[in-house]
Design a protein around this ligand. Sequence first.
Ligand SMILES: *Cc1c(COP(=O)(O)O)cnc(C)c1O
Length: 257
Amino acid sequence: MVAYLEHKDLANQQIDAQRAQQIRDAVRRVQDQIAAAEQKAGRAPGSVRLLAATKTRDVGEIRAALDAGIRVIGENRPQEIQIKAEPLHDDMTRLSVGYHLIGQLQRNKINKVIGVVDTIESVQSAQQAEQIGKRVLAHHYAPINVFLEVNESGEASKSGCAPDQAYDQALAVAHVPGVHLTGLMTIGAHVDDVHRISAGFAALRELREKIAASGEPGTQHCTQLSMGMTHDLAIAIAEGSTQVRIGTALFGPRAFI
Ligand SMILES: *Cc1c(COP(=O)(O)O)cnc(C)c1O
């Protein structure tokens, strides 16, 4: 069990006006940062979507972000989704907010998230996609969108499939019934060297192009690149990101991991 779940009431709906204002201001700031990075990279305004990474944030904080214009949220843990999905359901339906899983999914938790989230960004292999697809079909749900997560930095602490297997895995995922391969996801290298961070993002972009160029059935929807977090969003946008996943810059530092 994750310790912070015992320290913070994630179902809390009451936040004070000052905290709500802080989150609204932060959403605007990050939107401005994205717009500036798009312009600098010569990309069309609005070509990069902002996903709010909401791990450790409560319902009230997430609602403030929705009020400020956030239209996709990403959670890391099935347990947090179980706590927050119900109280957020009406707002998310009314505003058509996308709900993504961006953290690792154990096999015994698949049933807890399908039917709740619309996208799983953290699929590690074709084998895992098959486990997900089987359960989606068994429940008669609509196919779920999946991203293949690729460990471009090669850092041992990171999840994701190895870059040298990613092409074959992606083509195999594209064939799995019950899932739609809609993109690729990576976490930037945890280093100060901008060139190394860029190289990882560029490799993901090239991989996506290669997958789309394969002409294999199911690869035509693989259009998204989920890359870029608080500290590397501008680098990711310069390298072709279509979605950045931002936590700290929207909600402040996390009190718990
Ligand atoms: C926490 C998290 C983020 C957001 O990270 P920040 O540095 O707080 O912006 C993005 N992606 C994943 C997979 C995460 O776990």
